[in-house]
Design a protein around this ligand. Structure first.
Ligand code: NAD
Length: 299
């Protein structure tokens, strides 16, 4: 398939490489020259603009930092035509960026108005998942568009789940990451409380990991070194999943909470806690490093 891949950053570059390896006809583009150089060096043919990339594509995949980037690129401006305006009618637009649910719905509406097909398809699994083609895709859009995209997504990921109509891929991502943010704080608080009570990390782990406290934040991303040797705590909290990204995702969760009026007190609190964490040293640390803040702020 002729696929244009726009946004060749930490995630987009290895994802595009996997599509090249799978034998697709790929062209790539990024607005940052260093990203273009890295893509060329990685064997991805690059073109001079997003418009050039979209003009001949059957599928356009975007992997941008935020929803604003997606909508601006779709729409264009007075100076630059939008991707939707230059793509051949019926092009399938797949946005894999993590963006707000309402922004994803707006992107779908713009694509539809312009005579195209579209999916929101955010991912989890991070850079390692992108490199190893083991990402999980959460997809929103029609059955038909999902089935058209599935073989492409399966070449970049291990799990591809159709979550429902427009925006529901982003909805699934935001709900999952709200659980994750809250549960990582809960696990970190429990370890600090255990420390103060004289409980060893291993003893708490052995009990909770086999009891009702069991969760991913404990058994995979354990916030103290020792019990899970592969967790970021064993490598000075090198991510993993950076605090800045958790803060971003909880900001999107908060937008969804505001949109729906849900009484999500812990989701809002987790957003505040990670916003503060990411404003300091936590931005580039794994989000399980929140345990150090909790320890430092404990009397
Ligand atoms: P990144 O900043 O490394 O890459 C984004 C790229 O998009 C940049 O290179 C930027 O120059 C480019 N870009 C922006 N506007 C563009 C345009 N109009 N045309 C072409 N290129 C454009 O970000 P990333 O870490 O690769 O993340 C991408 C998305 O994936 C984000 O939405 C992020 O939240 C999500 N995500 C990231 C991770 C992770 O671990 N990094 C995990 C899951 C989801």
């Amino acid at each position: 398939m002729r696929i244009s891949f726009l946004g060749l950053g930490h995630m987009g570059l290895p994802m595009a490489q996997n599509l090249v390896a799978a034998g697709h006809e790929i062209v790539g583009f990024d607005v940052v020259p260093a990203a273009i150089d890295a893509a060329r060096a990685a064997g991805i043919p690059v073109v001079d603009s997003g418009q050039d990339a979209a003009a001949s594509a059957e599928v356009v995949i975007t992997m941008f930092p935020s929803g604003r980037h997606v909508i601006d690129a779709y729409r264009g401006s007075d100076q630059v035509p939008g991707l939707l305006a230059v793509a051949p009618a019926g092009t399938l637009f797949i946005d894999s960026s993590t963006i707000a649910v309402d922004e994803a719905r707006e992107a779908h509406a713009l694509a539809e108005e312009a005579g195209h097909r579209s999916l929101d398809a955010p991912v989890s699994g991070g850079v390692v998942g992108a490199e190893n083609a083991t990402l999980a895709f959460m997809v929103g859009g029609s059955d038909e568009d999902f089935e058209a995209a599935r073989p492409i997504l399966e070449q970049m990921g291990r799990r591809v789940v159709h979550c429902g109509g427009a925006g529901l891929g982003q909805a699934a991502k935001v709900c999952n990451n709200m659980i994750l943010g809250i549960s990582q704080i809960a696990v970190a608080e429990a370890f600090v409380l255990g420390e103060r009570l004289g409980l060893s990390h291993q003893a708490l782990f052995d009990v909770a990991s086999n009891a009702s406290g069991q969760c991913w934040a404990l058994t995979t991303n354990c916030p103290v070194p020792g019990p899970v040797p592969t967790s970021p705590a064993n490598r000075d909290y090198r991510p993993g999943f950076a605090g800045a990204l958790m803060s971003k995702d909880l900001g999107l969760a908060e937008q969804a909470i505001d949109l729906t009026g849900v009484d999500a007190k812990l989701g809002r609190l987790a957003r505040e806690i990670y916003k503060e964490f990411a404003a300091g040293a936590g931005a580039g640390q794994d989000f399980s490093g929140i345990i150090n803040t909790i320890r430092a702020e404990s009397a």
